[in-house]
Design a protein. Sequence first.
Length: 134
Amino acid sequence: VAAYLILTVWVAAPICRDMSAYDAGQAVRNIAREDTCVVTYGGQYPVSLTYYSGYEAKRLVAPGSSVRLKPDGISWNATNMMPFMETDKIPNDKNVIAVVYKDEKDPFEAAIFGHWTYYRCAGKWIIYTRPRSL
């Protein structure tokens, strides 16, 4: 019993917290304002990011791929039900927060246009900000 308790508290709980994007959600909540657009890039879409931050996070996809990704109606077999945004549609008139999977840092920096500022690392996620451009 003691071994299970130790595994739960010291191993399982930190892994669950890291995988759930809890820390990233808290960071987004701390820096986002009403006019902020939150996007994610790379890795699996962190559903809990929206829950913990209070802001809808859109998964970034390649330009032109939105037609292919849209679900064919709502059914139990539908996929890609999470919100997404094409990379060329990132708004310039809003502050943007990008939550990027650690392993996708270099592709993000190479592929996504704009001046992004590193904010912090939160578990498996790196958080970048980009101010609105008038």
